[in-house]
Write a protein that binds this ligand. Structure first.
Ligand code: MG
Ligand code: MG
Length: 273
């Protein structure tokens, strides 16, 4: 196991390699889910696809049983932002669904999320998805060895604000990850740069902007899980788990390790594959 340096779990290269294996299970499962999203499918059916994909890869779904969560994915539709419980809801043309997924390999975690349109959605929803995904990559791309955690936060907020009037959730944030899904430090999606713990080799972070077409305010439904926007505005959520090596960034849950998106941002790729 990694040791805790002032509360931060620092992984060895071998442990990061195990996280890469978990990340690939998550990345492949999310691609399978993306291609499974269509009008008429239920969120429970998507959950079954995910559990089968994770288990047949020899991994364990990390969400299932986490604080009592009853499924292998979170499925959050339209004004649901995160933590939606899969069930009998049937996806309809014009919906948007955020799917969050986590897997464990040899005790090491990967955690990632995508938002997918069900057929045609309004242009503003397509824009929301684009801005949210880009903000996630800008956040990852702002991370440098020797920098600080909120360099990521600041890059996310700056990009979102530059793109229009959006709500950035403040009550839910990214996080450290490794031998557990949720570890210190918090990785907010807003704020000033240059604060928080130093970014060092062996630290792994899940970066996950949650962005709305309205305000940042949310409520939790009576199921005690589903986070919805208070104003009913639709939301998007993208997430990747990444680490920094001496060469650059390595996005452990991206199938290409983040190579393509990082190259677009001019950020060196630091993966070992
Ligand atoms: Mg997640
Ligand atoms: Mg997460």
């Amino acid at each position: 196991m990694g040791f805790l340096d002032r509360g931060l779990e620092i992984k060895t290269p071998e442990q990061i390699d195990a996280m890469r294996r978990a990340g690939l299970v998550v990345g492949r499962t999310l691609e399978l889910l993306r291609s499974s999203v269509r009008a008429g499918v239920t969120t429970a059916e998507l959950d079954a696809v995910a559990e089968d994909s994770i288990r047949s890869a020899g991994a364990t779904p990390s969400f299932l049983g986490y604080h009592g969560f009853p499924a292998s994915i979170c499925a959050s539709v339209n004004d649901e932002v995160v933590h939606g419980i899969p069930g009998s809801r049937v996806l309809a043309e014009g919906d948007v669904i955020s799917i969050d997924c986590g897997a464990i390999v040899d005790g090491w975690h990967g955690d990632a999320a995508i938002t997918v349109a069900v057929g045609e959605v309004p242009a503003e929803v397509t824009e929301l998805m684009r801005v949210t995904e880009e903000a996630m990559w800008r956040g990852i791309g702002a991370a440098r060895l020797g920098g600080r955690v909120t360099d990521i936060s600041h890059a996310i907020e700056t990009h979102v604000r530059s793109q229009g009037s959006y709500g950035i959730l403040e009550d839910y944030v990214g996080h450290g990850i490794g031998s557990q899904m949720h570890l210190p430090p918090n990785v907010p999606n807003f704020g000033r740069a240059g604060r928080g713990p130093k970014l060092v080799r062996g630290l792994a972070l899940a970066v996950e902007p949650m962005i709305t077409l309205g305000t940042k305010d949310t409520d939790v439904l009576e199921d005690e899980w589903t986070v919805v926007t208070t104003d009913g505005a639709w939301a998007a959520h993208f997430e990747h788990t990444f680490t920094l090596t001496s060469e650059g960034a390595w996005v452990l849950t991206a199938l290409d390790g983040g190579r393509a998106a990082l190259a677009e941002l001019g950020v060196p790729y630091g993966g070992r594959d």
